[in-house]
Design a binder for this molecule. Structure first.
Ligand code: TMP
Length: 261
């Protein structure tokens, strides 16, 4: 007999995730795929098990951030690849926080990778694949009404708090947080007031992490730079965070479906 597969309405399919209706008001399902893309989809591969690892890593980080008072969309993990999240109206920005020069900061300004910045930089990119996510300033964001001034304050304050917290969390497991990307969305409370909360995911797909002793790259840069060992790097991050799913430990990669755990 074929396994029972629930029919669900797809809301949106992105490069690494799919969003589905949950049937519960204000809540949707975020499904993590194994697809990896880089350079605006020019490069694509399937990294077996990546979706499961990112689901667990993002759950842990979002939980810890809620614990320090950062509002997030995360509600609970449903299974190996899916989590229940609050439905938000996504603000069309990629908010990047950098501690050490890498990636596009180096290519844009001719800096050497590894330069330690004297203070963190918060950058904004307009989320638009067709335009290749161009860098914008808060002047563009405010003039184009992508976010209000008080929303920008909340985004920058939370981005810097998240940076402080994650830098400490990772340094405790011998990882250096070079940079990372956040997305935020709006939700409405029962009084009709909007609030900006952390959305999307936080995982080695959206961060640069280096081993603090060897300098080894333990994030998606392994894929961007064709270094191999992508899955092993994500597994190592999950192992150090203490969230390596037992199926993966036993060498079983759950299928791209709803495996209850
Ligand atoms: P960048 O150096 O390529 O601008 O990347 C900065 C950080 O943002 C890095 O940790 C990777 C992350 N990032 C994403 O999560 N999604 C993206 O589309 C890009 C370009 C970067």
């Amino acid at each position: 007999m074929l396994p029972f597969i629930k029919k669900r309405t797809k809301i949106y399919e992105g490069k690494a995730k799919v969003l589905y209706e949950s049937g519960q008001p204000g809540l949707i399902i975020q499904h993590f795929k194994d697809d990896a893309t880089a350079f605006n989809r020019k490069k694509h591969a399937i990294i077996e098990g990546k979706g499961v690892l990112n689901n667990f890593i993002s759950e842990l980080i979002m939980d810890k951030l809620s614990g320090i008072g950062v509002p997030t969309h995360f509600v609970r993990r449903l299974n190996m690849r899916e989590q229940l999240i609050r439905r938000t109206e996504i603000i069309p920005l990629e908010v990047v926080v950098r501690n050490i020069a890498a990636g596009s900061l180096c290519s844009r300004l001719g800096l050497e990778e590894g330069l330690v910045l004297s203070r963190p930089i918060v950058e904004f990119y307009y989320k638009n694949d067709e335009l290749g996510d161009p860098l914008v300033t808060d002047e563009h964001i405010l003039a184009l009404d992508w976010a209000a001034p008080h929303e920008m304050n909340s985004i920058v304050n939370n981005a810097l708090r998240i940076n402080d917290f994650l830098t400490g969390l990772f340094s405790g497991i011998q990882l250096i947080l070079v940079d990372f990307k956040l997305e935020f969305g709006r939700v409405e409370d029962e009084y009709g007031e909007t609030q900006v909360i952390l959305a999307d995911e936080i995982s080695p797909d959206s961060m640069r992490l280096r081993d603090s002793r060897s300098g080894e790259i333990l994030d998606k840069d392994r894929f961007r730079k064709d270094m191999g060992g992508v899955k092993e790097a994500y597994q190592e991050v999950a192992r150090r965070l203490g969230v390596l799913p037992k199926d993966i430990l036993n060498g079983i990669i759950p299928p791209d479906g709803e495996t209850e755990n």
